[in-house]
Ligand binder design. Structure first.
Ligand code: 6PG
Length: 247
């Protein structure tokens, strides 16, 4: 049975500090129980502060970086040096500043013109890293949510919402840049922990619908994220949580 936690913070700074504390805790627990910490990062703008904090004290030295494997839950069809690249966002503020070997950084090849091959290659990398049996269970998948309820690059009414076989797939989404690679529902739902970071008044309506409305994941894809064995934590700022009845 999955469990859910909801917390609201006054601003992005406080939310980011709490998210950093949470990630440090899950990293320590994961390393203590199975010797490493596997994490998938997101894109968007919200997690930038968090990623920067992880590279700074008091968080940086609490993570045994040699035992971390970093992946991405989605990527845009842009070169890794692009300002629009989810990889670039993390590289700038985090990856360049902590002791990580290249082989621990599993960049999603969003710029590859052969998007099927790129998806399959990333899936193969996942399976190699996690071992062969079953669907890889991330210790932590960190996600954002858009104002219409999209998460990773799973957007309303797209066929990706019903994918059951592939772990990674190419999609074309309404938010620029349209061509992307994304984690699919089965991969998201195999996670041990999922951390959603959601800020801003423009998301308040979707937040209420996703958490308190009827189950209609075609309308609100974030509702798909219900890991069978996992724990979901939502961290909001006050504006994003404004419409929740139960805060
Ligand atoms: C992406 C994301 C996406 C993001 C949300 C929220 O590549 O665009 O991974 O799912 O997390 O769009 O983005 P913000 O945090 O910028 O609102």
């Amino acid at each position: 049975e999955q469990s859910m936690h909801i917390a609201t913070y006054p601003d992005v700074g406080t939310l980011s500090q709490e998210a950093a504390r949470y990630i440090v805790r899950i990293a320590k627990e994961s390393i203590a129980t199975h010797g490493r910490f596997t994490i998938a990062l997101s894109g968007g703008t919200t997690p930038k502060k968090l990623y920067g904090l992880l590279a700074e004290e008091p968080y940086r030295s609490q993570i045994d970086w040699a035992l971390v494997e970093i992946f991405w839950s989605d990527e845009r069809n842009v070169p890794p040096s692009s300002q629009d690249s989810n990889y670039y966002l993390a590289k700038e503020v985090l990856l360049d500043k902590v002791p990580l070997a290249e082989k621990q950084i599993h960049r999603m090849p969003g710029e590859d013109p052969d998007r099927d091959a790129a998806s399959q290659a990333y899936e193969a990398d996942l399976r190699r890293t996690f071992g062969s049996a079953g669907i890889p269970a991330f210790d932590l998948i960190q996600l954002g949510m858009g104002p219409e309820g999209h998460t990773a690059s799973l957007f309303p009414h797209q066929p990706s919402l019903h994918e059951q076989q592939r772990l990674i797939m190419p999609v074309d989404v309404p938010k620029p840049p349209p061509p992307r690679l994304t984690f699919t529902p089965p991969l998201l739902n195999a996670a041990i922990h999922v951390l959603f970071l959601v800020t801003g008044a423009e998301k308040a309506e979707a937040v209420q619908a996703v958490l308190e409305g009827p189950h209609q994941p075609d309308e609100y894809p974030a509702q798909i994220v219900r890991p069978t064995q996992g724990e979901v934590t939502w961290m909001f700022d006050t504006a994003a949580a404004a419409n929740l009845r139960n805060k």
